[in-house]
Design a protein around this ligand. Structure first.
Ligand code: PLZ
Length: 455
């Protein structure tokens, strides 16, 4: 492993110096003006947690319309894992855009789509024969996973977990656990979706093992759904929006075994965890879990909209010709971006970079957990790290503190995101290509903000 994160950088980011620079208030006057203008044209339902308008971005730096340079520890929610405006990706996008932008793969296909599917077959867990289909968003990939699972098993029930997030379409809203803001007022939801407890070590009974948490969940399935009715169990190997909840060891393998024993499919939703983020290519790899179907999106194409559903050949090929698809799915420009991005990740051993980010971050986060009673837990894996904030001495969530921390970090030029069923988790998703010094600077800002606001 490299001793500094930055010295394996395959291609230095170009035009913006990789440094934090504050020229004035954040958000500045131009961002505030755009925010006002937005109110008159953009639907209120589309929120922005940090109303700073971006002019350009490079590597791990976002430059806003007022000229402030912010350290990006969010990567647009785990999307720009290789950094912003990576020259190899921008070039691949430009070259493909000059050749052709769209034909519709369902009408006249092209090679880039095949190449992305070949990469997915190689990189996703398991050495079995695989097939993939490409889509536009994570939610669409998850919807299609359920379609394939129902088709291939001839069963209807879908089992999901508490704290799950799988998207905002009608079916994926039904799969998503959290009412506000994702579901409130948007029902009725798709039927045949059953929610069971997850493994949430901080909030589970002390000492509960992964196997026990799985037995708790699967006991409910047997009792309330009927194991023989289950088409699939859909899980995020590390729950993302739900709070970066890492299940206790043994939980995912137990779900996997149960699926095998009962003829159900295990769907790993790796939309947020995938593509090197967790320190492995996929978070399922950590416990050698081999899902039947895997969904990918976010980190696959460095910011271009692309998603994949990859699965066992016999399951994916069960579906009749024409049963899967969509006008834009597997867009050639998005495929070109994915191929360049995957190349960059392979060449720079990005899973190792994610592990290095964890090592560098650990002392700062662990230090906070020690000195700051509001930090109930620090958790995560690789470059997917979080701290859960509570009222000291209790497990009562402190969402207001998480909001205040994210806001204060922004005003100091560091972008951090919140998440969690209770809105009380600060999460870090830095670009895997971030310079070590810049990462440390971001962590120091975060630490000082938490210490200031939480005392
Ligand atoms: N599955 C595990 O994390 C997207 C959503 C942000 P789309 N998570 C960020 C928001 O508030 O909309 C996500 C995910 C997991 C599925 C999805 C859905 O992916 O590309 O947003 O549809």
């Amino acid at each position: 492993m490299a001793d500094s994160i930055s010295n394996t950088q395959p291609e230095a980011p170009g035009s913006i110096a990789q440094e934090r620079r504050l020229l004035g208030e954040v958000p500045g006057p131009r961002s505030r003006a755009l925010q006002e203008r937005r109110m008159t044209v953009v639907a209120r339902g589309v929120g922005s947690s940090l109303p700073v308008y971006i002019q350009d971005a490079c590597g791990a730096i976002l430059r806003d319309v007022d000229g402030n340079q912010l350290i990006d520890l969010g990567s647009g929610i785990a999307v720009t894992g290789i950094g912003h405006a990576v020259p190899a990706v921008s070039r691949a996008i430009a070259e493909q855009a000059e050749r052709f932008v769209h034909t519709c793969f369902m009408i006249t296909p092209y090679e880039g789509y095949l190449e992305v599917c070949e990469q997915l077959a190689q990189l996703t867990p398991g050495r079995h024969e695989k097939r993939s289909a490409l889509f536009n968003s994570g939610a669409e990939a998850v919807e299609n996973a359920v379609k394939v699972a129902r088709y291939a098993t001839g069963r209807q029930a879908v089992v999901v977990l508490e704290h799950a997030y799988h998207g905002r379409t009608n079916l994926t809203m039904a799969l998503t656990a959290k009412h506000q803001p994702y579901k409130a007022g948007f029902g009725p939801f798709a039927p045949e979706v059953y929610r069971v407890p997850a493994s949430y070590p901080l909030r589970d009974p002390d000492g509960m093992t992964g196997e026990e948490a799985a037995a708790r969940a699967l006991g409910k399935v047997a009792l309330q759904v009927g194991s023989e009715s289950v088409a699939c169990v859909v899980v995020e190997p590390i729950q993302g929006e739900g709070g970066f909840v890492v299940p206790a060891p043994g939980f995912l393998p137990a779900l996997s075994r149960w699926c095998q024993e009962h003829g159900a499919l295990l769907v790993a939703d790796e939309v947020q965890t995938g593509f090197a983020r967790s320190g492995d290519w996929f978070a399922s790899d950590h416990e050698q879990v081999v899902p039947d179907l895997v969904t990918t999106a976010k980190g696959i194409a460095a910011g271009m909209p692309l998603a994949g559903l990859t699965g066992r050949a016999e399951l994916m090929d069960a579906v009749h010709v024409g049963g899967l698809g969509g006008t834009f799915g597997g867009n050639p420009v998005a495929c070109a971006a994915a191929l360049a991005s995957i190349d960059t990740m392979r060449a720079g051993d990005y899973p190792a970079r994610a592990r290095k980010i964890e090592l560098v971050s650990e002392p700062y986060l662990a230090g906070l957990a020690k000195t700051c009673p509001a930090v109930a837990e620090v958790r995560g894996r690789g470059a997917m790290l979080a701290m859960e904030l509570v009222r000291p001495g209790t497990l009562e969530p402190d969402a207001a503190l998480a909001q205040a921390v994210a806001r204060a970090c922004l005003t100091e030029g560091v972008v951090v995101l919140t998440c969690g069923s209770f809105g009380n988790v600060i999460r870090l998703l830095p670009p895997l290509s971030i310079d070590e010094a810049l990462l440390v600077e971001g962590l120091e800002v975060l630490a000082s903000v938490v210490e200031r606001l939480a005392s």
